[in-house]
Design a protein around this ligand. Structure first.
Ligand code: AMP
Length: 263
């Protein structure tokens, strides 16, 4: 099988929870499948795709040819039903990611949900990716620009759905998107351009640490404030016990902990 057909093969598995290679499957329902991106470009990076066959609410299924790519999906009369199913699943995955962020890092940061305008892999797939972009697998300008949230190659799902609903969305010529991938390395934090990837990565790590520190201090202050208010009322907080219970759950195995397997 060609490497570019791997996602399509996964989407066609009748029992993805047991049929996918180890370390690939995250979750699925009747209509969608979510996998770990094999070459994650951030701390959390997943791909949500429609399963094939994709059952329609009014009966029947979406033709496989409509699931080939975003462009083929957008030509289908069933596009909104598929996009909304992906949206629902992506929202659940985002929640899982945020839970895991709290457990691992003690704060949450943005999670982006969108398509690449020009895909490299066959079969429609939505990226659900944390905004840190801290990953050794982010190796070149193309990787960076393809996930930059403002350059236009990364198509936010909310924009695609809104544009499909009001008829304003259409894909541009492929070459226009390709030229975005060659743009200089510009930070989405401060808009500055960086001479090379190591310099950009230093900046990303600095920003991540800085923002994490500020957000954790904010959470801590809010918690202290809340505790003080409750003490003032003279009520003994039951949350102490609840917190213990949460801690116990948090120590359990996480579904987002990727087993060590080469993709
Ligand atoms: P796109 O540019 O939208 O087609 O992105 C394809 C995504 O698939 C990239 O983020 C890759 O890291 C990911 N990918 C490539 N090969 C595999 C694989 N065998 N298993 C899981 N993810 C993969």
């Amino acid at each position: 099988m060609s490497w570019s057909a791997v996602l399509e093969a996964y989407a066609r598995k009748p029992h993805p929870e047991r049929d996918l290679p180890e370390g690939v499957w995250l979750c699925n329902d009747e209509r969608t499948l979510t996998i770990f991106d094999g070459y994650e470009k951030a701390k959390f990076h997943f791909l949500v795709m429609p399963r094939d066959p994709f059952p329609l609410e009014k009966g029947g299924t979406v033709p496989s040819s409509s699931l080939h790519s975003l462009s083929s999906l957008l030509k289908s009369p069933h596009k909104l039903e598929v996009l909304k199913a992906l949206e629902r699943q992506a929202a659940e995955v985002k929640e899982m990611i945020e839970d895991e962020m709290m457990k691992r890092e003690g704060w949450t940061w943005d999670v982006r949900i969108g398509f690449h305008a020009n895909e490299s892999m066959r079969h429609v797939h939505l990226h659900v990716i944390s905004s840190d972009m801290l990953s050794p697998k982010l190796k070149n300008k193309k990787h960076w620009n393809s996930f930059h949230p403002e350059l236009g190659f990364f198509l936010h799902l909310s924009d695609v759905i809104a544009g499909v609903e009001d008829g304003s969305f259409s894909l541009q010529p492929k070459d226009d998107y390709e030229s975005i991938l060659k743009l200089p390395l510009q930070s989405f934090y401060d808009g500055r351009t960086y001479a090379n990837l190591p310099k950009l990565k230093d900046h990303l790590l600095d920003e991540f640490k800085k923002r994490g520190k500020a957000e954790k201090a904010r959470i801590e202050a809010a918690k202290e404030n809340e505790d003080a208010n409750e003490n003032e009322k003279g009520t003994k907080r039951e949350a102490d016990t609840q917190e213990g219970a949460t801690q116990l759950q948090n120590d359990g195995e996480s579904p987002l902990k990727k087993p060590k397997v080469d993709a």
